[in-house]
Design a protein around this ligand. Structure first.
Ligand code: SF4
Ligand code: SF4
Length: 432
């Protein structure tokens, strides 16, 4: 794609990156067929190619973002399906990140939108606040149920996604070192995260059990927390960077103690953010190098388990599992086979729904910010999953678990909960 940046603008290294990304696009349009919003809306401006043009126009001239451009860019799920499809290697993720930062700097959103975004950015990364908000949602939901269709779509989405059960803080979320069972084979840091601790604390507990059972010493580092992905999506770029720096500082301490083999995450959405820390902080003279080092150590829990080799399954009966590939897992991290392979090794009969490459509509805070599109994608995904008649649905990202649980006939689990069960852990709640 030919670019025409205003004179002098390419002195900015960020814009030079954007220029290189834009020039890689050859307008072929292959990406349109795999873009969920283009599938639903059929509008070129709601396709990757259309959004690339919108970003180009904004960034080239440096003019404030316009309301129509913001509308179409906001509808992007950042599912990165377009990156998997693109034959020219266009790094759409970094381009949309720059476009969002430009919107943050130059566009004033209506005040209710600003308030909502600020509220989400304050509550979600803080487990204590998020737990309180979820409890409030639980109290309101039964009262609001008869009026569900009358509620504003965003309020409805928040209530729909409120978990049925809200557990207290889990023992694994505190800073600590959990020793390996038997001989230590690896020493790993586990990202305890933020929202997942509230929505489903069983995931971190199962992750710790399965890792220690396979010979990992697991460190929950003091000072680490939210990965920053949600804040970046909500256009709080500096706060996202501050969270990234806090994590890097905490994990660097562990790295300096020696023998740190991996930074393990069990939410692929967080994994994409961590693996991108080097790029996020590339202009920071103090943190660029440590960020790149930490990013290189980031591993999804399934990658670690595959390398270690899964223990023999203790399950007596084979169950069918439908595996839903989170977009961040398959398109963001490029991990397309690992979870399925592990589930098969653990003795499950693994199925995949049709349109496995298409997003379920969760996408961080998308389900709240774009409730109609999110709901349409959820229904489409649930129908595809139901066609496989699963006894359980497995996936590797808490956002997808929350999104699909709100309408699935079968329990929706994290892959690691099933792997833990199959190798000697407790039966996950919800499975009969
Ligand atoms: S990230 Fe997903 S929603 Fe956004 S343009 Fe690419 S395919 Fe479409
Ligand atoms: S597939 Fe790649 S090169 Fe083709 S239009 Fe889409 S982003 Fe551009």
């Amino acid at each position: 794609m030919r670019t025409d940046f205003a004179h002098g603008r390419l002195a900015d290294p960020q814009l030079r990156d954007a220029d290189a990304i834009l020039r890689a696009c050859v307008h072929c349009g292959f990406c349109l067929a795999t873009c969920p919003t283009y599938l639903l809306l059929g509008d070129e401006l709601d396709s990757p190619r259309g959004r690339i043009y919108l970003a180009k126009t904004m960034l080239e001239g440096g003019k404030p973002a316009t309301a129509p451009a913001v509308k179409h860019l906001d509808r992007c799920l950042t599912c990165l399906s377009c990156m998997t499809t693109c034959p020219s290697g266009v790094h759409y993720a970094h381009l949309i990140q720059q476009a969002r930062e430009h919107i943050e700097r130059t566009y004033v959103r209506p005040w209710p939108e600003r308030l909502l975004r600020r509220g989400l950015a304050t509550i979600i990364p803080n487990p204590m606040l998020f737990r309180l908000a979820a409890l409030a949602g639980r109290l309101v939901r039964p009262v609001a149920r008869p009026f569900t269709r009358l509620l504003r779509p965003r309020v409805r989405a928040m209530l729909t996604n409120t978990p049925r059960r809200i557990a207290g803080p889990s023992w694994v979320d505190r800073p600590q070192v959990i020793p390996a069972e038997g001989e230590r084979r690896l020493r790993v840091v586990l990202l305890a995260g933020c929202a997942q601790q509230v929505l489903r604390p069983e995931i971190n507990e199962a992750t710790v059990r399965v890792l220690t059972r396979h010979g990992c010493e697991v460190v929950i580092a003091r000072g680490a927390g939210c990965c920053g992905a949600i804040l970046h999506q909500l256009e709080f770029a500096e706060r996202a960077k501050a969270l990234a720096v806090a994590n890097i500082r905490a994990w660097r301490r562990e790295l300096e103690m020696g023998d740190l083999d991996a930074i393990v995450f069990n939410a692929s959405g967080c994994g994409v953010a961590i693996r991108d820390y080097g790029h996020l902080l590339r202009e920071d003279p103090e943190w660029a190098a440590p960020a790149a080092r930490i990013a290189a150590l980031g591993r999804d829990v399934t990658e670690v388990l595959l390398e270690l080799g899964l223990r023999s399954s203790v399950l007596s009966e084979m169950r069918s599992v439908t595996y839903h590939a989170a977009c961040t897992m398959q398109h963001g991290l490029g991990l397309r086979t690992q979870s399925k392979e592990l589930l098969m090794q653990a003795g499950f009969d693994v199925w995949e729904p049709a349109e496995a490459h298409i997003c379920c509509g969760s996408a961080g805070t998308y389900s709240v910010l774009q409730p109609e599109l999110s709901e349409a994608l959820r229904e489409r995904k649930l129908a595809a999953i139901a066609a496989t008649a699963p006894s359980v649905v497995a996936t590797g990202n808490i956002g997808c678990i929350t999104q699909l649980s709100a309408g699935s006939g079968a329990p929706v689990m994290h892959t690691v909960e099933l792997l833990d069960w199959a190798t000697g852990g407790p039966q996950p709640p919800g499975i009969e």
